[in-house]
Design a protein around this ligand. Sequence first.
Ligand SMILES: Nc1ncnc2c1ncn2[C@@H]1O[C@H](COP(=O)(O)OP(=O)(O)O)[C@@H](O)[C@H]1O
Ligand SMILES: Cc1cn([C@H]2C[C@H](O)[C@@H](COP(=O)(O)OP(=O)(O)O)O2)c(=O)[nH]c1=O
Length: 207
Amino acid sequence: MKGLFITIEGPDACGKSTQINLLKEYFQNKGYDVVITREPGGTKISEKIRNLILDKENKTMSYKTEALLYAASRSQHVDELIRPSLSNGKIVICDRFVDSSLVYQGIARSLGIENVYNLNLFAMEEVIPDITIFFEIDECEVKRRKNNRRNLDRLESEKDEFHKMVYNGYKTLKGMYPERIKTIDANGTIQQVHQRIIKLVEKVMEK
Ligand SMILES: Nc1ncnc2c1ncn2[C@@H]1O[C@H](COP(=O)(O)OP(=O)(O)O)[C@@H](O)[C@H]1O
Ligand SMILES: Cc1cn([C@H]2C[C@H](O)[C@@H](COP(=O)(O)OP(=O)(O)O)O2)c(=O)[nH]c1=O
């Protein structure tokens, strides 16, 4: 039995983890076995790689190194947690996955979508999300939500221009993979956004 692999994408602080927790409860109440996880991270080794990448002290890290580390973290995550969970018929909900690399490293860091995709194909092999939910949100609302946080990591501290490239990058990706990547309006209250996600997910599960 094959499970369901859902990934959540969007700009920093758009509300992904808040919604992932609600979605997990929703599925559990329906009796499903759910695994929630995140990238970079999700396993002990991948979390160590995460600390290395996001540490503000590592100012001289090259963009290529960054892309390779994200892919290394993903490879471990897929082999140790995601693939086995899906093989056991579980629903896996992951906060960011390959599309973050395509957008942040491929587009915003200008390494090229194709280059970044190829090295991630090596990392993920056949494990591609069944559905990717992209959180579309007003720039001002993201800033408000970000202000609720005290410590910004190395990538979050990038300038507005970088975050604009990320946001537009997601729109480019959506054009490339319209069947897999679905957009939801992430403005509004936590409950409003949750209901929009449920609607979308129910449609996917009907198929
Ligand atoms: N719909 C919402 N309206 C207002 N604030 C929100 C909403 N969703 C999340 N937040 C708040 O915004 C901040 C970032 O949310 P979080 O879920 O951590 O985002 P992400 O996982 O995308 O970084 C948190 O302080 C969270 O409580
Ligand atoms: C998974 C992944 C994340 N990232 C970035 C996006 C975020 O700025 C950061 C992860 O931080 P995190 O705190 O997990 O995300 P968020 O701010 O959305 O809650 O790493 C990449 O650049 N490439 C990737 O492949």
